[in-house]
Design a binder for this molecule. Structure first.
Ligand SMILES: C[S@@+](CC[C@H](N)C(=O)[O-])C[C@H]1O[C@@H](n2cnc3c(N)ncnc32)[C@H](O)[C@@H]1O
Length: 367
C-alpha cells in the first residue's frame, strides 16, 4: 500500500478510536477493479442506553439500512479497506479526506475546521426521510454528499409534513376498511396530480415502501419534460415497476381510478382539477394541498384565517356594489353598467389570483 495512503488510513483509524470527538465518517465511490459492500456508507456516533455506538447507515443505491455497533466492533468491520475510493472523517476539531485515484495513489486533505458532535440516535424517527436517501439526491433535494441543499430545505420539510399527514390517514383508512389492505399482488395505488419534479411522488413511494406497504405510484403532470425526467430517475433507482409518470392534463387523464390521490401545490386550475378527478374517480382518500400566494400566507401565521380574509373581501365588494349601484340609480351615466361589470370582473380575477374560489364564484353569480 502507498505510504501516504497507509499514513492517512492510520490517522482515520486513530480518529475513529476516539469516540468522544468523532463526528462523522463517509465512505463513497468505488476504487478501480474493486467491489464495495454498499454504494455509500455514513457513520455517526449515537448515545444508546448510555453508551456511544457508531450508527452505520448504508445505501445500496435504492434504500437505506441502519445498524449500530460499538466503536471496536465497527473498526473490526474493516470498512476503510473495502474498496471505497473516498473516505471523509470529521472530528470535533479537524477533518481528513482521502481520495484514492485510479492508479491507487492517495490524495489527502486535512483541515482544522470545527464540527459539532450529534449523539442523537433517533434521527430516522425525527426525520421521515433521511437526507442521504438516494432518491433525494436524484430528485435534487440533497447534494451528492447527502446534505439537503440550502435552497431545497423548505421543499424537503414540506414533503415530510405531507407524509406525516398521509401515513396516519392511510393507516386509519385501511383499518376502517375504506381501503383494502395492500398486498404485493394488489398494491396500494396512489396518484400524484400535478407532480412536477416529483419530490412528493418519490417520497411517498420510498417512504411507504420502507414501511412495508406495497405501492404502485403514478405521477401526472402536463409537462412531457417532467415525465421524461421522472421516469429516468425511476429507472436509475430501479423502481420503475412500481412508479411511473404520465404527461397528461389532469382533467383529461387516461387514469380511471386510484385508492389515494395526492396533490401538492398544483398550480393554475390543477388543484381544482385534482379535486374533481378525485371525486369523480371515487378515490377513498384524497390529500390535496393547494398553493397559496404570499400575502395570504403571511396573514395566516398572525392568526387571520382564510375564512376571515374571504369575509372581509366579500364585504368590501358588497359595499362597493352598493355605492356604485346607488350612484347608478340616482345619476345614471352612460356606460355605468359596463363599468360595474368591469369592476366585478376585476374583483373576480383578483379573487382568482388569491385562490378564493368560493368568493369568485359568488361574484360571478352576482352578475
Ligand atoms: C407548482 S408545481 C408543484 C409540483 C409538485 N407537486 C411539488 O409540490 O413540487 C405545479 C405543477 O402542476 C403542473 N400542472 C399545472 N396544471 C396542470 C394540469 N392541468 N394538469 C397536469 N399538471 C398540471 C405544472 O406543470 C407543475 O409541474
Amino acid at each position: 500500500m502507498d505510504s501516504t495512503l497507509a499514513a492517512a488510513l492510520a490517522d482515520v483509524v486513530a480518529g475513529l478510536e476516539k469516540s468522544d470527538s468523532f463526528v462523522r465518517l463517509v465512505l463513497s465511490g468505488r476504487r478501480r477493479n474493486m467491489q464495495t459492500p454498499a454504494e455509500r456508507i455514513d457513520v455517526k456516533p449515537a448515545l444508546i442506553k448510555g453508551e456511544v455506538k457508531y450508527q452505520v447507515m448504508q445505501s445500496d443505491g435504492r434504500a437505506m439500512t441502519t445498524k449500530n455497533y460499538s466503536p471496536a466492533e465497527f473498526l473490526a468491520l474493516n470498512l476503510l479497506d473495502s474498496g471505497f475510493a473516498n473516505i471523509l472523517l470529521e472530528q470535533q476539531v479537524g477533518s481528513i479526506s482521502v481520495r484514492i485515484t485510479k492508479k491507487g495513489d492517495a490524495l489527502v486533505h486535512r483541515t482544522k475546521e470545527s464540527f459539532e458532535v450529534d449523539l442523537s440516535h433517533d434521527r430516522s424517527k425525527a426525520r421521515l426521510l433521511d437526507a442521504n436517501d438516494p432518491f433525494l439526491i436524484e430528485v435534487g433535494i440533497s447534494d451528492k454528499s447527502g446534505k439537503v441543499k440550502a435552497g431545497k430545505n423548505d421543499k424537503y420539510l414540506q414533503v415530510e409534513e405531507f407524509l406525516r399527514l398521509l401515513a396516519p390517514s392511510l393507516t386509519s383508512a385501511i383499518s376502517a376498511g375504506h381501503i383494502a389492505k395492500p398486498t404485493p399482488e394488489k398494491p396500494l395505488s396512489i396518484v400524484d396530480l400535478g407532480c412536477g419534479h416529483a419530490y412528493l411522488t418519490f417520497a411517498a413511494h420510498q417512504y411507504l415502501t420502507s414501511q412495508g406497504i406495497p405501492v404502485n405510484v403514478i405521477g401526472i403532470d402536463v409537462r412531457e419534460s417532467a415525465r421524461l425526467r421522472n421516469n429516468q430517475i425511476a429507472d436509475k433507482l430501479g423502481i420503475s415497476k412500481s412508479i411511473t409518470f404520465l404527461a397528461e392534463e389532469i382533467s383529461q387523464t387516461s387514469l380511471r381510478s386510484a385508492d389515494v390521490a395526492i396533490a401538492l401545490h398544483a398550480c393554475d386550475t390543477a388543484t381544482d382539477d385534482a379535486i374533481t378527478w378525485a371525486v369523480n374517480s371515487n378515490v377513498k382518500l384524497a390529500l390535496i394541498a393547494s398553493p397559496m400566494i404570499l400575502p395570504l400566507s403571511l396573514l395566516i401565521p398572525v392568526g387571520i384565517s382564510i375564512e376571515k380574509i374571504n369575509a372581509v373581501i366579500l364585504l368590501i365588494a358588497l359595499i362597493t356594489f352598493l355605492i356604485l349601484g346607488l350612484t347608478f340609480l340616482f345619476k345614471p351615466v352612460p356606460k355605468m353598467q359596463s363599468t360595474i361589470i368591469g369592476f366585478v370582473f376585476l374583483l373576480s380575477s383578483l379573487c382568482k389570483s388569491f385562490k378564493l374560489k368560493t368568493l369568485q364564484l359568488s361574484l360571478l353569480k352576482a352578475l
